[in-house]
Design a protein. Structure first.
Length: 246
């Protein structure tokens, strides 16, 4: 079966089982704020899959220890050029500040993508991350950038404490908001295929990953910026990273 069709099939089970399974996600609607432009002036080429044209986003909360979400990206450099990841922006919805020191700090990791849009091989970069409201941008140029070559995946892995219910991650919106039309079919086609996934946990990873949807598939509110150049990287296996959270 085509991996895209597999992911669409899996999301139905994820949505229906979410209240009773380990994937106990809750979603709330939130108005798009003034923090929707994470990039500074003069950034290199960027890849952004989400669309917030109707002015609303979903915030997905209820994250348990070791759960993994991610987005698969294709480099935006010209053919024949080597793509180097310059920065990454991730949006969270946090109503009460998340304290450090309770296992709430997770990690943001960069991987090579396999044919199913899953992380594979060795990490190209790993950065601790404690969610705060709005966008957080990781600047990779301070360490020379991260060479990605071809398709790659960026993941967030929840720490040993998971996340409190007052913190979640934002996607674009696919339903009818409190104001405005239904986003699915307005901001983007109803046939849009998602690049955003739930990959299971550090104990039981799943591939292909599951997508999230209410009416149609939604995208994590994440973005990347890339330069076209080469750099050296430090690598760690996915198994080794998973072992840190057991």
């Amino acid at each position: 079966m085509n991996s895209r069709l597999q992911s669409i099939t899996v999301v139905v089970a994820l949505t229906l089982a979410s209240a009773a399974s380990s994937v106990a996600l809750e979603r709330t609607v939130e108005r798009v704020g003034s923090d929707e432009s994470p990039w500074r002036g003069g950034d290199p080429c960027t890849v952004t899959y989400y669309n917030t044209c109707v002015g609303w986003v979903w915030t997905w909360s209820g994250w348990s220890a070791g759960e993994i979400i991610g987005v698969q990206y294709d480099p935006c450099c010209a053919p024949g050029e080597t793509a180097s990841l310059a920065s990454f922006a991730i949006a969270a919805g946090v109503t009460v500040p998340v304290p450090s020191g309770y296992g709430f700090t997770g990690s943001i990791d960069v991987w090579t993508a396999d044919e199913n849009d899953c992380p594979t091989g060795f990490t190209l970069s790993s950065t601790p991350y404690l969610p705060v409201h709005g966008f957080t941008t990781i600047d990779y140029t301070t360490t020379g950038g991260v060479e990605v070559g071809g398709p790659f995946v960026i993941t967030f892995t929840a720490g040993s404490g998971g996340l409190p219910p007052t913190a979640g991650f934002r996607t674009d919106f696919d339903a009818a908001g409190p104001t405005g039309p239904t986003a699915c079919g307005t901001c983007y086609p109803t046939t849009r295929e998602s690049n955003s996934y739930y990959y299971g946990t550090t104990v039981t990873a799943i591939c292909p990953g599951s997508t999230l949807s209410v009416i149609c598939e939604v995208e994590w509110q994440w973005s990347v910026a890339m330069n076209c150049g080469t750099t050296s990287v430090t690598k760690n296996s996915w198994g080794a990273i998973k072992g840190l959270y057991r």
